[in-house]
Design a protein around this ligand. Structure first.
Ligand SMILES: NC(=O)c1ccc[n+]([C@@H]2O[C@H](COP(=O)([O-])OP(=O)(O)OC[C@H]3O[C@@H](n4cnc5c(N)ncnc54)[C@H](O)[C@@H]3O)[C@@H](O)[C@H]2O)c1
Ligand SMILES: O=P(O)(O)OC[C@H](O)CO
Length: 340
């Protein structure tokens, strides 16, 4: 049973549209807001969003809005599915429109360069506390392309308030979309954001022509880096063994749908970063997250050799093969020395 029958989803790209479809399947009316008028017109007139989800028909319960104020009318639960770089701007508009406390769910995956903030921290900073009921993060191994085909998917709703996480579980859960709850917001947000760095690395490795051994090494030692930084930042290390840690790492490093893997793959084949990003045409969150985490790791003195290598390839044009050679040539380490 759902507690509410109307929600606003902000962001009409792949993920916002796919999650709107899950909500509509659960008989929730969705006000889907986006800033591109032609996409909103297509959603309302043809019930499709072919730029992001070709061959999918959207349920009638989804209505497109290009005016944010109208999209937020009579809703007390708002889902954000925009790139991390747009979060502060959108929350600032929300705060000027709503009069009652709202629950904000976010489904974005990133860390802000410069401030090193997680998305829930940015939301809490921008939203006055009397207008913010709860913040919940929805994360896990979930490509929009498969969710929109109603293929089995599992995710996690995390909040410091169990009731809020359970509320979001109830909103989204159905026979194709299974939702777990978790109280470890830090671990869930970091797992979902940092796996994108490692997915760029997995794509680079594949693009260079390396095999499954190399990719397994990147994923495993990448997870060790994620857990090392995450523990330092207050996450429960066990969270990284769950859906939002190893689960999302697997799906992003091994799936043809992943924008981050595809970006790494093109880079590994010798394309420039600018060409790669314009070729993909959708948000590749791992690029900005690599920048943020490279500097954060330096500040916290956490060893993250894979992240550093990917940073050098992305931002200092280091040859990707040389970066792999240097990772392999590091001094011998003990796998069990730190637990990671
Ligand atoms: N696509 C997926 O399968 C998937 C799954 C889980 C999480 N996510 C996360 O969801 C977030 C959104 O990703 P996506 O795949 O939907 O991206 P996308 O590129 O498909 O769509 C992003 C949408 O945001 C819009 N946008 C960009 N800048 C904006 C701004 N300043 N204001 C308002 N709208 C803006 C774009 O026009 C586009 O409609 C990312 O953080 C991503 O990591 C994506
Ligand atoms: O397509 P990506 O690489 O942005 O990954 C999408 C999701 O985060 C996978 O869970």
């Amino acid at each position: 049973m759902n507690h509410h029958n109307k929600m606003a989803v902000l962001g009409s790209g792949s993920w916002g549209t796919a999650l709107s479809l899950v909500l509509a399947d659960n008989k929730i009316e969705v006000n889907l807001w986006g800033h591109k008028q032609e996409i909103i017109d297509e959603i309302n007139e043809r019930h499709t969003n072919t730029t992001y989800l070709p061959n999918i028909t959207l349920p009638q319960l989804i209505k497109g809005y290009s005016d944010l104020e109208s999209a937020l009318t009579e809703v007390n639960t708002i889902l954000l599915a925009v790139p991390t770089k747009a979060i502060r701007e959108i929350v600032n508009i929300i705060r000027n429109v709503v009069n009652e406390p709202v629950t904000i769910i976010h489904a974005s995956k990133g860390i802000e360069p410069g401030t090193y903030k997680r998305i829930s921290e940015m939301i809490e900073e921008e939203m006055p506390s009397h207008l913010l009921k709860d913040v919940v993060v929805l994360s896990g191994p979930s490509h929009a392309e498969e969710v929109s085909l109603r293929q089995p998917t599992t995710v996690t709703a995390a909040s410091s308030q169990l009731q809020a996480a359970e509320y979001v579980q109830t909103l989204f859960m159905n026979s194709n979309f299974r939702v777990y709850t978790n109280l470890d917001v830090i671990g869930v947000e970091l797992g979902g954001s940092l796996k994108n760095i490692i997915a760029l690395g997995a794509g680079l490795s594949d693009g260079l022509g390396y095999g499954d051994n190399a990719k397994a090494a990147l994923m495993t030692r990448g997870l060790a880096e994620i857990a090392r930084l995450g523990s330092e930042m207050g996450a429960n290390p066990l969270t990284f063994s769950g859906l939002t840690g190893v689960g999302d790492l697997i799906v992003t490093c091994t799936s043809k749908h992943s924008r981050n893997w595809r970006a790494g793959h093109l880079l590994g084949q010798g394309k420039s970063l600018d060409d790669v990003l314009s070729n993909i045409g959708m948000i590749v969150e791992g690029v900005r997250t690599t920048e943020a985490v490279f500097h954060l790791a330096k500040k916290l003195e956490v060893e993250m050799p894979i992240t550093s290598a990917i940073y050098e390839v992305l931002f200092n044009k280091k040859d990707a093969k040389l970066a792999v050679d240097e990772l392999m040539a590091r001094t011998g380490k003990s796998e069990s020395a730190t637990g990671f």
